[in-house]
Design a protein around this ligand. Structure first.
Ligand SMILES: NC(=O)c1ccc[n+]([C@@H]2O[C@H](COP(=O)([O-])OP(=O)(O)OC[C@H]3O[C@@H](n4cnc5c(N)ncnc54)[C@H](OP(=O)(O)O)[C@@H]3O)[C@@H](O)[C@H]2O)c1
Length: 254
């Protein structure tokens, strides 16, 4: 096969959570593979720093736009700003995330709402805003970052597990409904990846060893491991791939 199919030259990619560890790795990979990239999350200063870092490495065009994924009044202006700047959107990655470590019987409504709004509701309404643009262009690729916890649960991370299961089904539903417009929708389901989000959990007494003992290879992954799958799914190498849930689980789900 033509290995250049893995490149994304001329495409415009949005990475939500693009200043986070996994999101930044994905944004940098896309930029290095030829795409113009928009990174977004809530804090402009983090985005500016991430954009400078990526541009210094790839020499590509990276636009940092602050936006809260769960505040739906910000969705349309955000998409309009991207369209004004680039005139098209080919790739959408949802790599924002929220979680609380709390037993189900102690969970408060605001915690439930926060996790569901950031992990499910916000990504749904953003994709809904962008799908007609992709349809008009003749297609696109949407990639949702779910988790192995959408498939197999961990105690005290109940709302997170439920939200990530919803992301898996959201991926299936979008793929079925938008496939006729050549919009491919896939998800990546990582187990533990070293990041700001995961390290506090892994540093709790006994957790790291307990989780590691469930892997086949005795180690967890890095953000670049997620980016490698995200590049495949965004590229023309995956032109016929949709509705897939790609585990990065090191054998934890086996
Ligand atoms: N690390 C893991 O082990 C692991 C495993 C499985 C799945 N995941 C998933 O992978 C994704 C990325 O996680 P990560 O490990 O890279 O975590 P991270 O470094 O904490 O990144 C999360 C990103 O989400 C952004 N964000 C949070 N709330 C937001 C909001 N309301 N609106 C817009 N952006 C928001 C954060 O930026 P601001 O705070 O500035 O908004 C940050 O850029 C998440 O969906 C997570 O659930 C991670």
């Amino acid at each position: 096969m033509d290995i250049n199919k893995y490149r994304v030259d001329g495409k415009v990619a949005i990475v939500i959570g693009g200043a986070g560890d996994i999101g930044k790795a994905i944004a940098e990979t896309y930029s290095g593979a030829g795409a113009d990239v928009v990174i977004s999350s809530r804090k402009q200063e983090n985005l500016d720093a991430a954009a400078e870092e990526i541009k210094a490495k790839t020499g590509g065009k990276v636009l940092p736009i602050a936006s809260h994924i769960a505040k739906l009044d910000q969705t349309k202006p955000f998409v309009e700003q991207v369209m004004k700047e680039f005139g098209r959107i080919d790739i959408l990655v949802n790599s924002s995330g929220a979680s609380f470590m709390v037993p189900l019987t102690e969970m408060e409504e605001w915690q439930w709402d926060s996790v569901m709004n950031v992990n499910v509701k916000g990504p749904f309404f953003l994709a809904k805003e962008i799908a007609p643009i992709m349809k008009e262009q003749g297609g696109g690729s949407i990639i949702n970052i779910t988790s192995y916890m959408g498939i197999r649960v961990e105690e005290s991370l109940g709302a997170y597990c439920i939200s990530k299961a919803a992301v898996i089904h959201m991926t299936h539903v979008m793929a079925k409904e938008w496939g006729r417009w050549n919009i491919r929708v896939n998800a990546i389901a990582p187990a533990w990846v070293h990041s700001r989000l995961s390290d506090p959990f892994l540093q709790m007494p006994g957790v790291n060893d307990r989780m590691l003992s469930q892997t086949a290879i005795g180690r967890f992954g890095e953000p670049d491991d997620v980016a490698a799958i995200a590049l495949y799914l965004a590229s023309d190498a995956a032109a016929n791939q949709t509705a897939g849930i790609f585990p990065l689980d090191y054998g934890m789900l086996t």
